[in-house]
Structures are given as C-alpha cells and as structure tokens.
Design a protein around this ligand. Sequence first.
Ligand SMILES: C[S@@+](CC[C@H](N)C(=O)[O-])C[C@H]1O[C@@H](n2cnc3c(N)ncnc32)[C@H](O)[C@@H]1O
Length: 388
Amino acid sequence: MTPAARISAAIEVLDAILDGAHAEKALGGWARRSRFAGSKDRAALRDHVFGVLRCWRSYAALGGAGTGRGLMIGALRAQGSDPEEFFTGEGHAPEPLSAAERAAGSAPTGAARLDLPDWLWPLFEASLGDAAEDAALALRSRAPVMLRVNLRQGDPAQAIAHLANEGIVAQPHDIASTALHVTEGERKISGSACYNDGLVELQDGSSQAAMARLEIAPGARVMDYCAGGGGKVLALAARVEGAFFAHDTAPQRMKDLPVRAERAGVRVDIVETARLRDEGPFDLVLCDAPCSGSGTWRRTPEAKWALTPERLNELTSIQRQILQDAAPLVTPGGVLVYATCSLFADENQATISHFLNKNPEWEIIDETRFAISEAGDGFYISQLRKKS
Ligand SMILES: C[S@@+](CC[C@H](N)C(=O)[O-])C[C@H]1O[C@@H](n2cnc3c(N)ncnc32)[C@H](O)[C@@H]1O
C-alpha cells in the first residue's frame, strides 16, 4: 500500500472508532476486509491509529474536525507534512481537501494542547504539580518496549546476544538491573525462542524497578493479591527461592499464569478467594490494584478519553477495600505493598492516607513514584508494616 492508501485506511478505522468500535476491533475488522494488506501495512495503520488516539484533541484542532479525515489532516500537520501531498484522490488516496478543510484548523490550546479531557488537567496539576505538563505531554508519545531478563535462565548479556541472533536489538537500561530496552525487531519478540523459552518477559521498566524495591528473604511466602496476568509475581519469583501465590477476584485473568510460570521456570500457586485465610498468612502481600491506568495511557490511549469522574471514584473505593481486605493476610512483621500504574494522588497517596487513618497500627516504610520516562510508565508503590 502507498503511504496515502494507508492514510485512507486510517481514516476508515478512525471513523469506525468514532461510531463506537474499540480500536483493536476496528483494526481487526479492517484487516479481515483487506486481505491484500501485508504485515507492514497493518503495522503502519496501527501506528497511525494509535498515534491519533494519543493526540486526539490536538489533532482535531489542527485538522479542523474530529472526524477520521480531520484527525488525519491534523496528524499530518502536527508532523510538519502537507496533507495535500497525500490527499490527492489518486489511486487509493483520500479525496483532495475541500476549500473549507484547507481553511479549517487552528493551534490547540489549554487541555487540548496537552491532549487531555478538560476535567483531567486539574487532577494532573493537583497530583503532579510542576511535573504535570511533562507527564501529559509524555502520554502523547509511544511507550518503549521493555523486556525483563529472567535471571533464572540467564543474565542480561546472554539475553542481548540471544535476542540479537533472532533479529531483536536490545540494550540494558539502568531503570532496573533486569531491564532491556528493545530498539529494533519489537514485533519479533512474541515468536522468538528467547521469549518462548522464558529467558525474557515483556515488562515495563517502572514495574521492574518497583518490584526490585521489595525485599524478599529466601523461603518467604509471597502473595500477589491482585495477580491478573501475573507479571509482578513472576518478577518476584525469578529473584529468590520462596513460596509464591497468586489470587484475583476475576480468576480467568490468571489463566495464562501457569504457562508463563512454567516458561519462566518458577512455581506460582493459584489461591481461590475462599482459601485465602487457610493459605495465609504471608510475609509479603502485594496489592497491584485496579486503577485508572493513567501512567500507562501511552499504551492504552483509548482509556484516557474513556475515564469518567464516576469511574475514578469507583476505583478509589475498590482500592481502599482491597487494602483493608488484604491487610489481615500479612504475617506479624510482614509487609503490605500497595501499587498502581496511576499518576493520581487520589488513587495513590490518598488511598494510603485513608488506610493509615483507619489502621493507625500500620506505618509507611517506603513510598516511590515513578514518572513516565523513556524506559517506564508512571507507577506508584508504597510499603507498609505494622508498628512493633
Ligand atoms: C492492575 S491489575 C493487576 C496486574 C497484574 N498484577 C500484572 O502485573 O499483570 C488489577 C487486578 O486486580 C483484580 N481485582 C479487582 N478487584 C479485586 C479485588 N477486590 N481483590 C483482588 N483482585 C481484584 C482485577 O481483576 C485485575 O486483574
């Protein structure tokens, strides 16, 4: 496909999203209808669509309309290209710009410049102060592809060499001793032997760094209380011999965990909610709570536009309840860990303050906020221990 034909396809997919389709579904639907497209075309289309999803408001302003066409015109103007070079009407190119389209479009201002819904900007400012604008702007770019080296199977130098043999270029990154930043061949990872044999896992740099902060003594009993796919417990189990457990109120979210654990060469026992008390107590209970995900919106830009104040309130209630429910599972002298990939104080520091107010026998022993960076998403982690 020509670059202009790819833009036509992006317009079609963006219009489907505007009609209510999720981006993945709209992209999948387009791919099924367009058997002529190769993998490079599909990748380029995906890049267009996700690029627009991250920068929806500013591109709509620059393009003069929040339609598929307007957004792609805005995207081209944002990168300094002339839309008229692509909107020629020739072959599969989009129709030429009308006089109205040529005249439309203005520089975005306010929250539109930062590509945030209006109601979220005050929350960014209240949570991040001087760092708020940088965080919002960082969310307009692609996220890095990061790998975690599974130290049970090899070291970073070996992983880099093996990956290179499979056409994947990666460099160590000092965000974490296990972190590799992939700079070429990202799309080959899931099919590579390095990944399928468990030498590397896909894991964001901040998540790796946050897990590295947790002290785990050999033989410790560790519970990942909100395990989901199990990325966090796998990172912990790779570090030290111990007894590792996973729980989630939605057990189907853990369906891939046994396979991932086997691939990594570690053991993780899944615990049903009804058996939590019998299996406990645990030396460390990690609550990687459901959250707005605002620190990861580079990867999931649709969520930035879908979040509502009501949903945020609902999430903070769930987070508070999770900490309250998980605390009794911690052994005397053990550690309760609370983590989110949110940037918002309401989901982070305020949740911890609420817990400490209700449970004054606990205290914070460590609290770290990870800013969005070239190696990691926004992440928050707090460790609590009962006062002795
Ligand atoms: C942020 S995700 C966890 C991601 C996971 N730790 C990882 O690294 O891949 C939060 C998880 O918490 C689960 N969850 C929601 N409410 C819960 C509750 N009350 N108790 C335990 N888990 C809950 C969700 O089903 C979801 O899988």
